[in-house]
Write a protein that binds this ligand. Structure first.
Ligand code: CDP
Length: 234
């Protein structure tokens, strides 16, 4: 009798710039799963709102128009080698969605219940056949409450800001440590205190504080957790 490895759902949640995306991407590639970056989807909706002048200079959002437009916003991922490029209505927007302008408006956009409902639906479709690693803020709590493995990643705000600054500088984006730290702290606050599926650690999540962990230690820990679940299910 042939034995096939069961396919599970892995939910990785945590604070901004905690290294979730790197962790999730590398684990998915190691175990042959699909990786979905749910934050990129909120960023793409934010870019749509900015391009369509639905965010005023004072930061206020024309929610009514945005909600009306939601059904026409198509977000997907285009596979390019080992990269996944976020697309908005068919256009690759990977670079634009990572900039500081999108970062500074994304959390208020992600707090709009209708935006969340639409994106959660899409995210659940990506996971229909399991075999997926998804990272975000509400994956273990709302998108896949039945995920077999839930991880909650934490690290100090200063460590996270340093990491994000390096990432942006490597990409040629000019900014300062202070600006990045302020953005990280502000997004954490909005994400934690919003009414609709706020960022929180669910009871069945494994907490990983990677402030002082090396990349390899982190990857090994994740792979061990995955193997434990598979052995239990197998
Ligand atoms: O890149 P970083 O880890 O800082 O954030 P991200 O994962 O790209 O997510 C950007 C923003 O989208 C977050 O600050 C949240 O406001 C929102 N988000 C969310 O509300 N729910 C998710 N599942 C993923 C992201």
């Amino acid at each position: 009798m042939s034995h096939t490895t069961p396919k599970i759902i892995i939910a990785i949640d945590g604070y901004s710039s905690s290294g979730k995306s790197t962790m999730a991407r590398e684990l998915a590639s190691k175990i042959g799963y699909r990786y979905v970056d749910s934050g990129a989807m909120y960023r793409a909706v934010t870019l749509f709102a900015l391009r369509n002048h639905l965010i005023a200079d004072d930061g206020s959002i024309d929610k009514e128009t945005l909600i009306k437009e939601l059904p026409s916003i198509k977000i997907d991922f285009k596979v390019d080698g080992d990269k996944q490029l976020t697309t908005l209505n068919g256009e690759v927007v990977e670079k634009e969605i990572r900039g500081m302008i999108v970062s500074s408006h994304v959390s208020p956009i992600a707090a709009i219940p209708e935006v969340r409902h639409r994106l959660v639906q899409l995210q659940q479709q990506f996971g229909r056949e399991r075999g997926i690693v998804m990272d975000g803020r509400d994956i273990g709590s709302t998108v896949f409450p039945d995920a077999e493995l839930k991880i909650f990643v934490d690290a100090s705000p200063e460590k996270r800001a340093m990491r994000r600054l390096k990432e942006l500088t490597d990409k040629g984006v000019e900014t300062s440590y202070e600006a990045v730290l302020a953005n990280v702290v502000e997004r954490d606050h909005i994400d934690r205190t919003r009414a609709e599926s706020p960022l929180r650690k669910v009871d069945d999540a494994v907490v990983i504080d990677n402030s002082d962990m090396t990349h390899d230690e982190q990857n090994k820990l994740l792979l061990d957790l995955y193997n434990q679940i598979i052995n239990r299910l197998g």
